[in-house]
Design a protein around this ligand. Structure first.
Ligand code: PLP
Length: 361
């Protein structure tokens, strides 16, 4: 029996020779950064693939979130979810805003739109929901609340490349979406990310912010910083683009295979997809108790299988960084959720090995 370790994720990597082919051009030109031709090529290919208008590639997803806040000139309270990666909240704080936590829906795992309005004050400037594990948020309800209260919407779409709603990329919803191309993401450039908007003025402003605030004539016209993606990172993205469709369809198949294997277990439940089509980029399972999660995690680890407690703990409980705000659903779910290994070309045999550990615990 193949007893090799299985980790929660594994980066999608095009064959090395194909990466070299793109890098060769970088070496020949001697241009490593400053929005070079490979970054521009990657932006164009991604925009075409996702059928979106304006995509600005940047150095990582956290910077993309900060740039989105900066581009919208936000100062004040931003309503967000506690069930996320710390970067959502650190981006808000680094831009001088305050995170206000809205509890989540226990099934979609996204911020619960029914709980937004009670959190709005005269200091609220925006809503920043996360498409958790690539599951599209209820964008229509969020948009109508934002319109009613004159708020901006930034989606943390770090997980959501490939997710759609109404036949359209989920990245085109909100004033700006910020995504991540980190090594662990469905599409990766090792480190990287992007801002996406449908507004031409914001598109141009974000480009200036990315490049120290320069305009086309190199005058400093904006309070910018360095958000540039390098040619070396973009080259990995261009090489990986060739496999994008395959990765996306493989994820869905493997997600369904896992689901079939584990759905008979009555102590588990799964994230619910209510709106649009997710990208199936993660396979989270929610246990009936933390005790059972720890027991099964321990068993999996003994069998050299390493899932990840994600997101854990709920961010509203990080009291060294934020003031505690009660979010009972998120606090409860985060103790009972485990993301199982899922990556490009994980085999059915590997999934069977993982599922077996659940079956006879
Ligand atoms: C929900 C969420 N937001 C933001 C980020 C930040 O992205 P990055 O790691 O590219 O900075 C992550 C990252 O991994 C994430 O999971």
């Amino acid at each position: 029996m193949n007893n090799k370790s299985i980790y929660v994720t594994k980066p999608t990597l095009a064959p090395l020779e194909e990466y070299f082919d793109v890098l060769k051009g970088v070496w020949e030109r001697g241009i490593l950064t400053h929005n070079g031709p490979v970054v521009q090529n990657l932006e164009k290919q991604l925009a075409e693939k996702l059928n979106i208008n304006y995509l600005i590639a940047v150095s990582n997803g956290t910077i993309a979130l900060q740039m989105a806040i900066k581009a919208l000139d936000l100062k004040g309270e931003i309503i967000t979810t506690p069930f996320t990666w710390i970067a959502t909240v650190s981006a808000i704080k680094w831009e001088g805003c305050s995170p206000i936590f809205c509890d989540i829906d226990p099934h979609t795992l996204n911020l619960d739109p029914k709980k937004i309005e009670e959190l709005i004050t005269d200091k609220t400037v925006a809503i920043m929901p996360v498409h958790v594990f690539g599951n599209p948020c209820d964008v229509n309800t969020i948009e109508s609340i934002a319109k009613k209260h004159n708020l901006k919407v930034i989606y943390d779409a770090a997980h959501a490349v490939g997710s759609t709603y109404n036949g359209k990329s989920i990245l085109e919803y909100g004033d700006i979406s910020a995504t991540s191309f980190h090594a662990t993401k469905l599409f990766n450039t090792a480190e990287g990310g992007a801002c996406i908007t449908t507004n031409n003025e914001l598109y141009e402003k974000i480009q200036r912010i990315r490049f120290f605030g320069h305009n086309q004539s190199k005058d400093i016209v904006e309070d910018g910083f360095n958000g540039k993606m390098t040619e070396v990172h973009a080259a990995l993205g261009v090489a990986n683009m060739k496999y994008y469709d395959d990765v996306l369809s493989d994820r869905k198949k493997k997600y369904n295979y896992y689901h079939n294997a584990l759905s008979p277990l009555n102590f588990l439940y799964f994230q619910k997809f209510e709106i649009g089509e997710p990208n199936y980029s993660y396979f989270p399972v929610i246990f009936d108790s933390e005790e059972r999660l720890l027991k099964i995690e321990n068993k999996l680890n003994k069998e050299k299988i390493f899932p990840r407690r994600y997101f854990y703990p709920s961010i509203n409980t990080y009291t060294n960084i934020v003031d505690y705000q009660k979010c009972p659903v998120s606090e409860n779910i985060s103790k009972r959720i485990l993301c199982l290994p899922l990556f490009w070309n994980i085999s059915n045999n590997q999934i069977n090995r993982i599922a077996n550990a659940f079956n006879d615990h």
